[in-house]
Design a protein around this ligand. Sequence first.
Ligand SMILES: [Zn+2]
Length: 74
Amino acid sequence: MSQPFIYAEIPMFGRVYDCGECGCVHVQVGPVNITFQPDAYMQLVDLIHQSAANYETRIQGRLGVEARAEEENQ
Ligand SMILES: [Zn+2]
């Protein structure tokens, strides 16, 4: 049995940790706690990573539209 290990933590939001007992990765966000097999956890990371990149691109696109609209109003 290994020691519990916290991979990441944001106070008042959540954390990702290894409980040291089951070999899974635990993702806790607020009151929700989801347990992932290591390979499933890596897929989750990939999923979040892809969504973050697309989210950023989409937000920047919107900001671009707003900036152009402001230029046209001047
Ligand atoms: Zn565990």
